[in-house]
Design a protein around this ligand. Sequence first.
Ligand SMILES: CCCCCCCCCCCCC/C=C/[C@@H](O)[C@H](CO)NC(=O)CCCCCCCCCCCCCCC
Ligand SMILES: Nc1ncnc2c1ncn2[C@@H]1O[C@H](COP(=O)(O)OP(=O)(O)OP(=O)(O)O)[C@@H](O)[C@H]1O
Ligand SMILES: [Ca+2]
Length: 556
Amino acid sequence: MAEINDVVYQSSLDINKKPHQVILSKTHLTWEAAVSRTCDGSPSSEPFIANKACRQIPLEELIAVCPEKSLNHSNTPTSARRKLGSPKHDTPLYIEMEPMHPVAFSIYVLNKTPNHKWRKKKVTFFCGEEKLCDTWVVKIKETLSDKRFNRPRSLLVFVNPFGGRRKAPSIYDCQIAPLFELAEIQTHVIKTTHANHAKEILAHYNLRTVDGVVCVGGDGMFTELLNGLLDRRQREAGILQTPQHSPLPPNLRIGIIPAGSTDAIVYTTTGINDPKTSALHIILGDSIGIDVCSIYSGQEFLRYSCSMLSYGYYGDMLKDSESNRWMGPSRYQLAGAKKFLGNRAYEGEVSFRLSSNTETNPKDKVFCVSGCNVCSFSKEKTDQQDSHSTDSITEISHDADGWHRFRGKFLAVASFTMSCRCKLAPIGPSPFCHLGDGTSDIMVVQHCSRIQFLRHLYRCSGTKANQFDFPFIKVFRVKEWSFKATEQKEEMSQSSPGKQNKSRECRTSVWNCDGEVLEQPNLNVRVHCQLVNLFARGIEDFDQERNFSSCCSLCE
Ligand SMILES: CCCCCCCCCCCCC/C=C/[C@@H](O)[C@H](CO)NC(=O)CCCCCCCCCCCCCCC
Ligand SMILES: Nc1ncnc2c1ncn2[C@@H]1O[C@H](COP(=O)(O)OP(=O)(O)OP(=O)(O)O)[C@@H](O)[C@H]1O
Ligand SMILES: [Ca+2]
């Protein structure tokens, strides 16, 4: 076994009835077969088995450790009653036994499987004596509780029984609560009874008693927590929510257990919308800073958002879909198809200040991955507010103050503050958007034919990242933007020929803000770099991921 630094504890333990030298250091748990055995179980003369049976687990990937109350050294059940005698006996004989003290413990280790799905894997260590077993469990727990692992011990959990397919309560009870219990995380679970319930609770809850806030729901539910925590933080710090003030970050991380319809935020921050995977990110204490937009109508603060903010097509689609919530996630496709056939365009003006980072742009083919350099660099540069040259953009006017204006008739205007991956769009509608670079990608879809728009939508659902490659689509990476609708006068249909137009109606769209309708058409929006932290780590490059099951003879 290679030399191990910072050893906390070590001893010989049995795994799969074979003796192993097991070493706990401040960073790893390592075990290696100590001596091979001959067929009759006696030690062979060969001192060491080949390194095949050696395993080293980084403690960051150790989910939990538990004494095994029902196992003795020979791995047989030791319940209070044990069946004796020949299996042929009609009436089995039982003898009463004292409950056994644990002489074995198990560890649960992270198992990364394809498509970013995480599971736990169990390895059991037999100690021979109770005291040794207790010592191991205590030493491992003590080491894991070190602050540098940043694991939550206590969580406030909101379960939304209304979102997605309405399965949040059963997802939590059956899949997530047992995992939190295994990891000895205390939970205060609240099933919400109405929209904004979680936000109301967050306004007054004693947040010092918890290490994080978790929602079991979709993007809308996450946004409620985001707004609840940010509002509370600004109120307590006496920060005004005006376009002139920058919000302070909340002190708590937010976790999302996906149980919504789109689940774009969880998909984009973990690579999948899988409840157990999200629970494991929370248990292991993952943390990633994500950008947040503050949205104003003039001087009036409306709310915070972090995924898609979209006017026109996606706004109309959302508004239409609300009456069909009973359909679950497919309400979006139905409303999407209806609004697609309507092909309605809206007039307005988009103004924006471009990102100061000239190295990146929405078409640069650079994905945001776990440990992304663009995001790390941006966090260091958050104070820098310059905008860069826009020589390459000819269609728009730009002012001396660094603002650029784009006026026209649009099918959709959308700002993506993250790529917004989801089942419908597996690499996201803005694939190269970054989670924490302090910018949003603004996409403007100019009025075009249905077939052209369908081609764009179809490309969003693929993985070639070519949805912006159309002359009717413009996309910019911005740090601040605003939209002003031009109120259109629409003629009412004439009831009978020969009659004059009776009246005229104003037509503007609404905004789809993380899946919630915002009725005010005119908005000012600012992006705040990595304002909140989530229990996640971004999307890992799968080549760099390790598959636990394929590399260890002990863990089959
Ligand atoms: C031909 C295939 C077209 C596939 C179209 C794929 C485009 C998908 C773009 C998804 C963007 C999701 C961004 C995230 C938004 C979330 O903050 C928000 C709250 O969860 N979800 C939605 O607004 C929910 C957004 C749901 C959007 C659904 C759009 C459905 C389009 C259907 C078009 C059908 C044309 C049929 C022609 C007859
Ligand atoms: N008990 C409840 N009854 C009605 N609405 C609720 C309740 N609890 C929460 N809500 C509201 O439900 C809204 C939608 O929930 P959620 O985001 O979980 O599901 P979704 O809209 O189906 O999914 P997605 O946002 O991913 O598309 C949230 O904005 C939240 O405010
Ligand atoms: Ca961003």
